[in-house]
Design a protein. Structure first.
Length: 100
């Protein structure tokens, strides 16, 4: 499976091996973070540890073939039926308030 191999300062950090992956570089004031998310075909969402970057860090991201990736720190299952119910309830509430 195609995966993302992430190294920082020539050290292997994480191998993202899932249906889809997001690698986000975020700057907040004077701090830089590498945020790593992903998911699978069953709509489960994964999150790996947030990496705090320091000045001079070198990030390398390669597309590679891997059978197994780094286990995520967090896995969230998505219940599509509860999301739809919540949406319908909110929609009704907004209609009753005249917002939509």
């Amino acid at each position: 499976m195609k995966s993302l191999k992430i190294t920082i300062n020539n050290s292997d950090i994480i191998n993202l091996n899932c249906f889809y992956s997001n690698v986000i570089l975020q700057r907040t004031e004077n701090f830089y973070y590498l945020l790593l998310f992903g998911g699978d075909e069953l709509k489960n969402r994964f999150r790996w540890k947030t990496i705090i970057l320091r000045e001079g860090d070198k990030i390398n991201i390669k597309v590679v073939n891997l059978d197994i990736g780094t286990a995520p720190n967090k896995k969230e299952s998505v219940d599509i039926h509860s999301i739809k119910t919540e949406f319908e309830d909110l929609k009704l509430e907004l209609k009753n308030k005249g917002v939509i």
